[in-house]
Design a protein around this ligand. Structure first.
Ligand code: PNS
Length: 192
């Protein structure tokens, strides 16, 4: 285990199984891992910072060296304020690399003593992102296996109308299919 504190910053809107996988891996490598939620994001989030904090705390309750916190402004300044020596970020695919490299080099320019460490989540999560989870859930689609159960439940609560609409439409399509089948069965019988 590495001596020292590492920071795992992000939006976590919402936390996914990929995030959790990375937190678990990071907690085995660093003495302490601080998962830091950005508070002043320009994007309008689906979950409030308080909701994300609560979800992440529940998800990491069994990891004794993991702490959840929030930060404002420059990440490197927050990292320095908690004596972190390292920034942990996940890379899922080559497409992440360019953005992550740019961010790591900018952070190094801002604070040369902080190293960025990249880790890969399990390959089964390589296509999972908070953005896609939000998109699927907003359309009432299933997100089982992509996010922890607590998050799935929170998404359902928040997006209940979308799920109802989706379920109603699925029901309509199935009913249409059934009645189409009946009509063609009748036609076939008539012909015979
Ligand atoms: O999960 P995300 O949205 O990819 O996380 C991006 C995050 C929060 C790590 C990044 O936007 C960030 O650190 N923002 C804080 C402001 C900052 O320090 N910007 C300079 C980084 S190059």
């Amino acid at each position: 285990m590495n001596k020292g504190i590492a920071i795992y910053p992000g939006s976590f809107d919402p936390p996914t199984n990929g995030h959790l996988d990375l937190i678990q891996r990071g907690s085995k490598i660093f003495e302490e891992l601080v998962v830091a939620i950005l508070r002043n994001s320009e994007k309008s989030p689906m979950f409030s910072v308080a909701e994300r904090l609560e979800m992440l705390r529940a998800l990491t309750a069994d990891l004794k060296n993991v702490r959840i916190d929030t930060f404002n402004g420059l990440m490197v300044e927050y990292a320095k304020s908690i004596d972190a020596i390292c920034i942990l970020r996940g890379i899922r695919a080559i497409s992440d690399y360019e953005y992550e490299l740019q961010m790591a080099l900018m952070n190094r320019k801002l604070e040369p003593t902080l190293e960025t460490v990249f880790m890969m989540p399990a390959d089964k999560y390589s296509y999972v992102s908070s953005r896609l989870v939000r998109e699927v859930a907003q359309a009432g689609g299933p997100v089982k296996g992509l996010v922890p159960e607590v998050v799935e439940q929170k998404l359902r609560e928040k997006l209940e109308p979308a799920y109802k609409f989706h379920d109603a439409n699925i029901g309509e399509a199935a009913a249409d299919e059934k009645s189409n089948k009946k009509t063609s069965d009748k036609k076939r019988k008539k012909k015979a």
